[in-house]
Design a protein around this ligand. Structure first.
Ligand code: ARG
Length: 453
């Protein structure tokens, strides 16, 4: 029945595909207005093409993109032009968080909540969290591991201009094994079936063929990136962060299928061997990376695999999350990985592994993303290096370098400003006072802002 319906619909769908090519009479008679030009005066500019600051620069923004970046003396600003005066501020590219969960709230830690949430509630969370993220200066995120295609829908609503939020590189639900991180564990089958009907298991896969199917299904629904679970996790029930979950063959299948369509693969991996198998399988980033060893570090460096380590998380998980009901099991697991993750991050940085900024926002409250910069510097990065991890390098990892990540002609006008020098004290990024995305101003507290020192 459905099959015959789709056969009937096929010619209509095909027609839909050519319609946009037909001439639009109104567009032909009405010449389109030139995009409005905005001149942004930047007192100090960190454009993320190098580790240096430039003083007294003007960015010429035409429509949603940057047309020119030049020393103020070389730009004649016409009388009456629209000027954004950030001449007392430090201007940077909009920040990028490569590991968020926009559907999640950080004030409920009872695992049962996961199955109690309706799609509507997740949607409400997403609207609020997207706005908080943008207000915090994050103009792009990669949302990894999201209840069925939630992030794809949110991405569309934001791109349509219906909801304020960051640009989203969206994954579907993370693909993992039965009983692993990402599955709903610990319930007897009849209870499980009531709580978590099979149709919510969008990403449980055992064996390469099931992985292939899940990856293809996700691509069919419009994901930009594939997330897989290489090892156990901290906040799941009944598994171990150090233990390998998807096998090498399963991960290789995910990578081959995703790469064939130009999509990247992010692998959740805390455990030593799982990290290495994921890297061998060709994933583009290791998320968490907590128990990586010297060999794993060398492998990542040799292959150019990014490390996305959520090294602020531990503070929140062993603090406020406990007040919100985090079970003992998860507290104990966090104690096993938290400190080691930071120490191993420092080793990876020292060895020259590529680092991209990613925080696991949703585990802690959205909007606090920039709190991680402090730890990235404490554990071995320079402030400029940490900022580039959240701008130029992050853009490279999420495959958006032609649009975002640096402030150069041709890129989207995604920029933020702070009132003190982030190269002296990276924590100033926790207090972003100006946010522009695609040439549109979403936040401007520069007049009210007191210098943060
Ligand atoms: N989502 C991750 C997990 O459950 C969070 C890990 C947080 N802990 C940390 N030290 N980064 O495994």
């Amino acid at each position: 029945m459905f099959r015959s319906l789709s056969i009937l619909l096929r010619p209509i769908l095909a027609l839909g595909a050519v319609l946009p090519l037909l001439p639009d009479a109104s567009a032909q008679t009405r010449p389109s207005a030139p995009p409005p030009t905005v001149y942004v005066r930047a007192g100090h500019l960190f454009d993320a093409t190098s580790d240096q600051l430039r003083d007294n620069v003007v960015l010429v923004v035409e429509g949603e993109r940057i047309a020119k970046v030049a020393p103020a003396g070389q730009v004649a600003i016409p009388a009456g032009a629209t000027v954004v005066d950030l001449s007392k501020a430090w201007v940077l590219p909009g920040l990028i968080d490569c590991h968020t969960h926009l559907r999640a709230r950080a004030d409920k830690y009872d695992p049962i909540n996961q199955v109690k949430s309706t799609p509507f509630q997740l949607g409400f969370n997403g609207v609020v969290n997207a706005s908080k993220t943008l207000q915090a200066g994050f103009t792009s995120v990669r949302d990894v591991g999201s209840e069925p295609f939630f992030a794809v829908d949110l991405r569309r609503a934001i791109d349509e201009g219906f909801i304020p939020g960051p640009r989203i590189v969206a994954s579907g639900p993370a693909i993992g094994i039965t009983g692993g991180h990402g599955d709903m564990n610990g319930f007897a089958p009849p209870v499980q079936n009531m709580l978590y009907p099979a149709e919510r298991d969008y990403a449980i896969a055992d064996g390469p063929e099931e992985v292939r199917h899940q990856v293809r299904e996700q691509i069919k629904y419009g994901v930009d990136v594939i997330k897989i679970m290489a090892t156990g996790g901290v906040l799941s029930q009944g598994d171990k962060p150090g233990a390998e979950q998807l096998t090498y063959e399963e991960m290789k299948m995910a990578v081959d299928e995703a790469h064939r369509t130009g999509r990247k693969v992010a692998a959740h991996a805390h455990g030593t061997e799982g990290i290495k198998d994921a890297v061998r399988a060709g994933v583009d980033s290791i998320e968490h990376g907590s128990l990586i060893d010297a060999e794993g570090i060398q492998m990542m460096k040799a292959r150019g695999t990014y490390l996305v380590a959520d090294i602020y998380n531990d503070d929140y998980i062993l603090g406020t999350a406990i007040e919100f009901g985090l079970p003992k099991e998860n507290q104990e697991k966090e104690k096993l990985v938290g400190r080691l993750q930071r120490e191993n991050f420092a080793k990876a940085v020292a060895a020259g592994v590529k680092i991209a900024f990613g925080t696991d926002a949703g585990v802690y409250p959205h909007g606090d993303n920039a709190k991680q910069f402090h730890y990235m510097v404490k554990f071995g990065m320079t402030p400029a290096g940490a900022i580039r991890a959240a701008t130029s390098s992050a853009a490279d990892l999420i495959d958006r370098s032609k649009d975002v990540g640096t402030l150069e002609a041709g890129k989207y006008a995604d920029l933020i400003a702070v009132t003190a020098n982030p190269l002296d004290k990276v924590e100033v990024l926790e207090h972003v006072s100006f946010v522009m995305k695609g040439g549109k101003v979403y936040k401007d507290e520069t007049a009210a802002a007191k210098p943060v020192l």
